[in-house]
Design a protein. Structure first.
Lengths: 317, 351, 296
């Protein structure tokens, strides 16, 4: 097992290096001199010259990448142009808020998706099955930013039940688990949960249908095991894959939350990214994307290892 | 060739170079080991000795049968001869010329050697009609569309499929026997001299199998072909072959004229194979113990004679020293067993 | 010849004429009501967008400061008016042009580029394959939305940049599918048979590989159109795609956000169009996949 984990890490290392290369290149993709891209418009000539030596923009690209990577590895993601504060701190605060939202959304999506998937898999071709497959198609086809707007229209503008934007009262930038803050997370979390719900429902339905059609379930029934016992068997057999899909969805939501966070003005990584783009704050853009992508890579690794540990059928020595 | 002559190979019309006495195919010291080579971050994996030093030749106009259990290396041998996979060592001479040499370039060789595979469905492109499949080879070698189509129709006729009805069909619209007839026609489309039949009838029903075997015999006469006939079915091999090669774990166990080999097998493995074969004739029962168990793993072949752990006549000698192919009986009957070597000191020889 | 008599007697040929693979796929697709309705909706949206100049009741750019945010059903404004008093119906019809173009174009480009990369890598195998696929793994380390936004964020707003970003997002996905189907086909006996009949790599790919891999890749690509529509409009929604005053559904949705209290139905209309298009492409793609999955 330990060997397997080590192997996976060795395999992930080049991917992580590639990811940082892509993030590094983002600044150089930007039209114009990368220096002007990472400096305020009103920077003086001395400031520019200073930055040029710090970043080594006069040196060849591979050398620049080496310098940049060295800084990143020590936690130095540069300084935000807009706020003048270190990027790492800004990103850390935002990612925390994003993580909370994405986790709540994933849990809602997992609960509802598993329910729909189980019912659909148990009663195949029933009305519930059709309904569940309709829900999963809707879940992956709906533009979630529009769904968010519709939620705001219904529950904030029309019914006035829940706040339309923000993470807490008075423009609170940090979400806390209290009643007031809870009201703010409901709409974005439900909106966001629609995507994983559809995907998890689809996965669980296929898993349950597959397990029920296998011979060992027939054998259990023949041995006189009750429906509850069969259900427990199905759950234990479907759980590893379903949980793995859930873990991956958490990663997708964290990285893909920018549109929903923009709709709800949720002070997370997506919202930060949006701000970075419009202020052309490229160090902030680069840092946020690097952190999110690395998070996604690590999550993939953890899910993979956990799934191998949980599922005795997978033998990947 | 009477009708539908294919584009004459640029090698020239004098296809028979060495005369009837020269073997059409001559294989010497063929070796192929599959396995993971040591690479960056990977350890060298286990090595499968699929073909481990094989010599044989195929005379012009004969059928050489190759038998053995699955995993004995017979299909690998076919693929090595076909140059689908590269051998680790060994020499393949076709009509006296080394394959891939300047005298016989790979493409010229391939025109003269073709192969029919076991799985009649997997060996046909599902998106091509029967006609397009057969015409593909001639088209590749420069025949016009019309000439290739004519050739395809002619061959369909010869393999017993009425061209008017079958030319436009897709593989899924054919039965297994019909598909294998198409595969034979495709193999013949380049007018080869040697046809390798790798378990070509094994997947067919018995009644269809008999028809296809008869077709193969007819075609052999008609086109002057030489066959390498690979099968695990001894009855079929005996019916088809002039000479037979028995393979065990990547090595030749016995080689000889079909009748002599089947009547007086000299290697205990051949005897065991024959004994485990279902026979209709109660007098044909032999005293040899039938084969038990699976063949040992080709990753770690046993020392000495590779058959010794399963052999009823095994002695201490067999576990230490590996016998080579030695003359055993009339003609070129040879067996790799200490029992055919009077000087080997095998205890059974004294008894 | 005895063999002919045998085969004719034992294996009577069906009398129905041969239909190619695509013929039978088309026939199965035609019997799928959901896929046919979805296709109908797609055609309707496409035709409406193409013929917008002829069917739109008003100029999509001409606003009126006194007729802003009229409700649905207002005389002269069948679907209301937007925040600048422009006719919503006309803008939605015209908006389909850019939205469809921005959504479909990246998939077409990625289909061309990704298939080429995947088929070449899959057919050649070896270290070329390893290097290509490891490079592609890097792009899979980014969630698609994040990668699309990161690229257009760095490149800057604009139609071309939006198309480029989304193409880069989809190329690795299509290439991975193309590589995996090609690797499967490459080891089939019929490819081996073609190789031993002396055909070169290019001919084998053209005759034996393409016909068998393009179908599955195409189906996968159609399933991406739905995602691409949502992402392309999403980029415009963020202000990264089309610039005002150009009519485009995502951008319209963004500018109408201010109207959710006054005219919620009008504000939600552009999103509903994105949703309708996206779900139609999804359902059609699902139908196409099941029509092709049947073992022939």
């Amino acid at each position: 097992m330990l060997l397997y984990i080590l192997k996976r890490i060795v395999y992930v290392a080049p991917v992580a290096l590639g990811v940082s290369l892509v993030c590094f290149m983002l600044v150089h993709l930007a039209p114009g001199d990368p220096l002007t891209a990472i400096m305020p418009v009103d920077a003086t000539a001395e400031q520019q010259a200073e930055m040029r030596t710090i970043y080594g923009f006069d040196r060849p690209l591979p050398v620049q990448f080496g310098i940049w990577l060295g800084k990143v590895l020590t936690g130095d993601l540069g300084v935000s142009i807009a706020t003048g504060r270190p990027v790492l701190g800004e990103v850390a605060r935002a990612v925390k808020n994003s993580l909370i939202l994405a986790a709540v959304a994933t849990l809602i999506g997992f609960a509802l998706g598993s329910f729909f998937g189980f019912v659909a898999g148990y009663f195949r071709n029933s009305v519930m099955d059709r309904l569940a497959s309709a829900v999963s198609v809707l879940g992956v086809s709906v533009p979630h930013y529009w769904l968010g707007m519709v939620m705001v229209i219904i529950f904030s503008a029309q019914l006035n039940w829940l706040p339309p934007t923000g993470a807490g009262p008075g423009g609170s930038a940090d979400w806390r688990p209290d009643f007031e803050h809870l009201r703010y997370i409901i709409l974005p979390a439900i909106t966001m949960s629609v995507i994983p719900m559809g995907i998890i429902a689809r996965t669980v339905r296929a898993l349950v249908a597959d397990i029920l059609s296998q011979e060992f379930v027939q054998a259990l029934r023949a041995k006189g095991l009750g429906e509850w016992g069969v259900f427990k068997h199905v759950v234990t057999n479907a759980a590893p894959t379903a949980l793995a899909v859930m873990g991956l969805q958490l990663g997708y939501l964290l990285g893909g939350s920018i549109l929903i966070e923009t709709v709800f003005a949720w002070p997370g990584a997506g919202f930060l990214l949006n701000a970075a783009i419009f202020q052309r704050d490229l160090p902030l853009l680069q840092g946020t994307i690097l952190v999110l992508a690395m998070f996604f890579v690590s999550l993939n690794l953890i899910v993979d290892v956990a799934q191998t540990a949980l599922d005795p059928r997978i033998q990947r020595a | 060739m009477i009708i539908g002559e294919p584009a004459p190979p640029p090698g020239g019309p004098t296809r028979d170079r060495g005369g009837p006495g020269q073997p059409l195919l001559s294989v010497k010291g063929l070796i192929k080991h599959f396995g993971q080579k040591k690479g960056f971050l990977t350890k060298a994996g286990p090595v499968v000795r699929a073909v481990d030093g094989v010599d044989f030749d195929v005379a012009k106009g004969e059928t050489l049968g190759i038998v053995g259990e699955s995993g004995c290396g017979k299909s690998t041998t076919a693929r090595l001869v076909m140059q689908i996979i590269k051998p680790d060592a060994g020499e393949i001479l076709f009509d006296g010329e080394a394959v891939g040499s300047r005298a016989l370039e790979l493409n010229a060789f391939r025109r003269q050697v073709q192969m029919v595979f076991q799985d009649s469905y997997a060996s046909l492109n599902p998106r091509l009609t029967v006609e397009d499949t057969i015409a593909f080879g001639p088209r590749v070698h420069g025949a016009t569309r019309r000439a290739a189509a004519t050739r395809a129709h002619d061959l369909l006729h010869r393999v017993g499929l009425e061209p008017a009805r079958f030319a436009g069909r897709y593989p899924h619209e054919l039965s297994g026997g019909q598909r294998q007839r198409v595969n034979i026609a495709r193999a013949l489309a380049l007018d080869p001299r040697l046809l390798i039949l790798d378990e070509a009838v094994s997947a067919l029903d018995k009644s269809v199998e008999a028809q296809v075997l008869n077709l193969l015999l007819d075609l052999k006469d008609e086109f002057g072909l030489t066959y390498m006939f690979i099968s695990h079915d001894l009855n079929v091999v005996r019916f088809m072959s002039n000479r037979v090669m028995v393979m065990y774990l990547g090595k030749v166990a016995e080689f000889g004229p079909s009748e002599a080999l089947f009547e007086t097998p000299r290697h205990p493995y051949t005897g065991a194979l024959l004994a485990s074969m279902p026979s209709m004739d109660p007098d044909a029962r032999t005293e040899v113990a039938p084969l038990a168990g699976d063949p040992p793993n080709p990753i770690n072949p046993p020392p000495g004679c590779r058959f010794n752990p399963r052999c009823a006549k095994s002695a201490a000698l067999c576990a230490h020293e590996e016998p080579t192919l030695l003359a055993a009986g009339e003609g070129d009957h040879r067996a790799a067993c200490w029992l055919v070597d009077p000087s080997s000191g095998h205890p059974r020889l004294a008894a | 010849m005895a063999a002919i008599a045998d085969s004719v007697a034992l294996e009577p040929a069906p009398t129905k004429p041969s239909r190619g693979y695509w013929g039978s796929v088309l026939q199965r697709l035609r019997r799928d009501p959901v896929a046919m309705v979805a296709l109908g909706v797609i055609l309707l949206i496409v035709l409406a967008a193409v013929f917008a100049p002829w069917i739109a009741p008003a100029d999509p750019f001409k606003g009126s400061m006194i007729r802003r945010l009229r409700p649905i059903g207002t005389p002269g404004y069948p679907l209301g008016s937007d925040e600048l008093g422009r006719d919503m119906l006309s803008r939605l019809l015209y908006g389909g042009r850019l939205s469809l173009f921005l959504g479909v174009m990246p998939v077409i480009l990625a289909f061309g580029i990704g298939s080429t990369i995947g088929i070449v890598a899959g057919y050649l195998g070896g270290w070329i394959n390893t290097v290509t696929m490891r490079t592609i793994d890097v792009f899979f380390a980014f969630p698609s939305v994040l990668l699309a936004i990161a690229l257009s964020g760095a490149l800057g707003a604009g139609i071309l940049n939006s198309i480029v970003s989304l193409t880069v997002v989809f190329v690795p996905q299509i290439a991975r599918v193309a590589e995996s189907v090609t690797t499967q086909i490459r080891t089939r006996d019929y490819v081996e048979a073609a190789r031993i009949s002396g055909a070169g790599g290019f001919t084998i790919v053209r005759v034996h590989v393409l016909g068998n891999v393009l179908g599955p890749i195409f189906v996968y690509a159609t399933s991406l159109i739905s995602v691409s529509m949502i992402l392309a409009s999403g980029l415009s929604f963020l202000g990264l795609g089309v610039r005002p005053p150009e009519p485009e559904w995502g951008l319209m949705l963004n500018t109408l956000r201010t109207a959710i209290y006054n005219q919620p139905l009008v504000a939600a209309l552009p999103g509903a169009m994105i949703f309708l298009t996206s779900i139609s492409f999804n359902l059609f793609s699902d139908g196409l996949r099941s029509a092709m999955e049947v073992r022939q």
